[in-house]
Design a protein around this ligand. Structure first.
Ligand code: OFO
Length: 165
């Protein structure tokens, strides 16, 4: 095995955290759909897909370095939110929590002189900067729009279309 047993266990924890993040985004997408906010629901569904990809990326890395993948139960996500702002601020907090976990993994890789894992984790460090930043922007827009959530829908639709081109 090319990684320590401690690193193997921590990477398994991160796989669980990424699946939990995916599940939370899926629940948020369903809550937004129930509020008839179809574009935001789609945006959060896309986040769900990305989090699953992150989990799978780590899973494949553990396999590649000869570790053992141990899957954990995924916690039941929160289902009811009082409004869009509550959803987006929870999503932002979740992204910050994941960032802290990635940073801890990076610290461990450095302390173990595990340069392969350090290099692997760099992509996640950059990804978290992007995710915290875009969720912060979304929260600011939601706050600015106040009760006018349809303005947020329009803006997010515009962003998603621009991302496709
Ligand atoms: Fe997995 O990137 Fe966000 O949390």
């Amino acid at each position: 095995m090319m990684i320590s047993t401690t690193m193997n266990a921590k990477l398994n924890d991160q796989i669980a955290a990424e699946f939990a993040a995916a599940h939370a985004y899926l629940a948020m997408s369903c809550a937004l759909d129930r509020m008839a906010l179809k574009v935001l629901a789609q945006r959060f569904l896309k986040q769900h897909d990305e989090e699953r990809e992150h989990a799978m990326k780590i899973l494949h890395y553990v396999q590649e370095v000869g570790g053992t993948v141990t899957l954990d139960a995924v916690a039941k996500p929160k289902k009811d939110y009082k409004n869009v702002e509550a959803i987006v601020s929870t999503a932002l907090q979740n992204e910050k929590d994941i960032t802290a976990k990635i940073n801890d993994l990076m610290t461990l890789a450095e302390s173990e002189k595990d340069y392969a894992t350090r290099s692997f984790l760099e992509w996640f460090v950059d990804e978290q900067v992007e995710e915290v930043s875009s969720m912060t922007d979304l929260l600011n827009v939601v706050k600015l729009a106040g009760d006018n959530v349809l303005q947020v829908e329009a803006m997010v639709r515009h962003q998603m279309l621009a991302e496709k081109t």
